[in-house]
Write a protein that binds this ligand. Structure first.
Ligand code: BG6
Ligand code: MG
Length: 217
């Protein structure tokens, strides 16, 4: 059977979640807004614009659209500075074996990310060619937990939502997959991602028996 496997990017394929956090932390610190790792969970999977609004809400900061635009540019420049030397060593453990297994078994693979920086990251890490479709922050207007990004990805892969499987590290992304009626697989802490249908600490815990079961189901 041919299923559609949709991967989130940040925190699933590459460990960029830590860079997003550091870049937002710098903005938050400059505004004297307390911004912890716990707060950061709310931002995972969420668009850049929405992330800034959440941080400003945390600090009860009201400001102009112009000022917001400046902070958004500043955040992205800081974030991009962490990506300059990025290469395949930043691919998270276990990801390549899973991608290879899916390719060998002729499955469809898509990216479903909120990030506008997704393509350069796939290029830098050398894994662009694995993807039959790429849907990122430039293609969607509704941020996760809205299922738009995954629904577009499934459509491009020619698979129905019920034949699609989503790998996600964010609460918003797991919710989006569930709303889309796709199989949701949480990657990370299962006490945070408890809404996912399956959960693995990381990809090294996903064995080929589990993958072949998903394909045959
Ligand atoms: C998501 C990240 O993948 O992309 C978020 O989990 C990030 O932390 C969002 O804010 C948007 O990314 P970017 O690269 O367009 O700022
Ligand atoms: Mg993510």
């Amino acid at each position: 059977k041919k299923k559609g496997f949709i991967f989130d990017l940040d925190g699933v394929i590459v460990d960029t979640a830590k860079y997003h956090y550091l870049a937002w932390k710098k903005i938050a610190d400059s505004l004297n807004i307390e911004f912890t790792h716990e707060h950061n969970e709310l931002l995972k999977g969420v668009s850049r614009v929405r992330s800034l609004d959440i941080i400003l809400e945390l600090g009860d900061v009201q400001t102009t659209q112009e000022q917001k635009e400046l902070w958004l540019v500043q955040k992205n420049e800081e974030y991009l500075s962490y990506l300059v030397d990025m290469d395949e060593s930043e691919i998270l453990p276990g990801v390549l074996p899973v991608l290879n297994y899916l390719k060998e078994n002729k499955q469809f693979i898509a990216l479903g990310s909120a990030s506008k920086n997704a393509r350069p990251i796939l290029e830098k890490t050398g894994i662009l060619s694995y993807f039959d479709a790429i849907v990122d922050g430039n293609d969607v207007s509704n941020a996760k937990p809205d299922p738009e990004v995954f629904l577009i990805a499934a459509k491009l892969l020619n698979t129905s939502p019920s034949e699609a499987i989503v790998f996600e590290d964010s609460v918003a992304g797991v919710q989006a997959a569930n709303i889309a009626n796709m199989t949701s697989i949480g990657i990370g802490d299962d006490t945070i991602l408890y809404e996912a249908q399956h959960n693995f600490k990381d990809f090294t815990f996903i064995g080929t028996p589990f993958l072949s079961e998903l394909i045959e189901k």
